[in-house]
Design a protein around this ligand. Structure first.
Ligand SMILES: Cc1cc2nc3c(=O)[nH]c(=O)nc-3n(C[C@H](O)[C@H](O)[C@H](O)COP(=O)(O)OP(=O)(O)OC[C@H]3O[C@@H](n4cnc5c(N)ncnc54)[C@H](O)[C@@H]3O)c2cc1C
Length: 351
């Protein structure tokens, strides 16, 4: 039997794309060996509409948020789980300049929807180092990505191939893709940052951005809001908090390191005035692209070989919309936006 699609990678990208293709009646197989440093299992899953040091609205966020909510709600129903947790973000403002920048945003078009006029530290009051000042971001939410991936895998277990994919076993021919003893009409690579080792797509300008995270047990913290004070403190269940994360571009060591653990602990000590216990220390690599845009489309020489990747630091908000666009491109030949199409890059040998 020939399947319609083989998807390599069941991170957020592969999962969302598979969901659309399966819902459209296509026969899909997804291969994944669930390596520990994949991005989606380490991520906090925060959708944050106003980011960066200048408090800028994220790219396309007015469109992405409603689309993401609609998609995750439909997945919640399908998988019978709770994925979306609406939580405002308390963003501390360390000095007068930051405070001025923050307040100047209130008078700018399109920001009012996202900035709370009457911010409140709420449950954090008295439990954290008192910040110089703070603001509050609305319409932010957190998506339980680990639960999504895990439940999807169980619900669609007949579609899953739980093993490592080897490029040297793949045969790409004009009218068929052959992997081991199975035939497919198309293959889509959604393998996260290890795309750098993919012989078909290693010409694309990806740069993995590593982040390390501590999982802290902080008794008495109530999970109402997310705190961004030096680093993120994002609630998980049972008084557990996701605490992180930095950006490292050197990928010689992709697992957790002592130096980053110490840096994160120092920051946590600066912020928290209550006792905590370290429960875990994890690391993952974000599949970021040099131009900070997703990368998707079809290989320049093989019309049945595709890529959906580059969700970078913002997979939770970018993923749903762009997975849907990618599915429409594959299913109905709808054109891809040039800003995300991989044909904006040319392999060296074709130049
Ligand atoms: C520390 C950290 C914090 C983050 N926080 C947030 C956040 O708060 N909000 C947000 O929106 N985003 C966040 N992100 C980014 C987010 O995780 C990514 O945008 C998104 O999850 C990327 O998904 P992906 O499917 O492209 O890649 P991945 O999640 O890396 O998935 C790739 C998959 O491919 C599989 N794979 C690869 N090669 C093979 C092979 N040869 N054989 C078999 N399987 C293979 C892997 O096992 C993996 O499951 C964070 C990332 C990190 C690291």
């Amino acid at each position: 039997m020939k399947h319609d699609y083989l998807i390599v990678g069941q991170g957020l990208a592969g999962t969302l794309l598979a969901y659309h293709l399966i819902e459209s009646g296509k026969s899909v197989r997804i291969i994944d060996n669930h390596f520990k440093t994949s991005s989606s299992t380490v991520a906090a899953g925060i959708v944050n509409p106003v980011t960066g040091r200048k408090y800028t609205k994220s790219w396309m966020i007015d469109l992405l948020i409603p689309f993401a909510l609609k998609t995750y709600k439909s997945l919640e129903k399908k998988l019978e789980i709770e994925l979306i947790h609406h939580r405002n973000i308390i963003r501390t403002l360390p000095d007068v300049r930051s405070e001025n920048n923050w307040f100047s945003r209130f008078s700018q078009d399109g920001y009012q929807n996202y900035l709370e006029e009457d911010p409140s530290l709420g449950q954090f009051s008295g439990m954290i180092d008192e910040p110089f000042s703070y603001g509050e971001i609305k319409q932010s939410f957190q998506v339980d990505l680990s639960l999504l991936l895990d439940r999807f895998r169980k619900m669609y277990k007949d579609n899953m191939i739980d093993e490592e994919f080897y490029h040297d076993v793949l045969k790409v021919e004009n009218d068929v893709i052959v992997y081991k003893d199975q035939e497919f009409s198309n293959i889509v690579f959604s393998e996260g940052y290890v795309v750098k080792d993919n012989p078909l797509f290693n010409y694309l300008p990806f740069e993995g951005a590593k982040g390390e995270v501590l999982i802290l047990h902080i008794p008495g913290f109530k999970p109402e809001k997310i705190l961004r004070h030096k680093i993120f403190f994002a609630p998980l269940k049972d008084d557990l908090y996701w605490v992180g994360s930095g950006y490292a571009w050197n990928l010689d060591e992709v697992g957790p390191t002592d130096s980053e653990r110490e840096r994160l602990l120092n920051l946590a000590d600066d912020v928290l005035k209550v006792p905590y216990e370290i429960k875990d220390h994890i690391a993952g690599v974000r599949p970021a692209s040099k131009d900070r845009r997703p990368i998707m489309g079809t290989h320049p020489h093989f019309s049945n070989t595709h890529l959906f990747n580059g969700l970078g630091t913002k997979g939770s908000s970018l993923g749903p919309y762009w997975a849907s666009r990618m599915a429409e491109y594959l299913l109905y030949d709808h054109p891809l936006d040039p800003e995300v199409n991989l044909n904006r890059f040319t392999p060296k040998e074709d130049k």
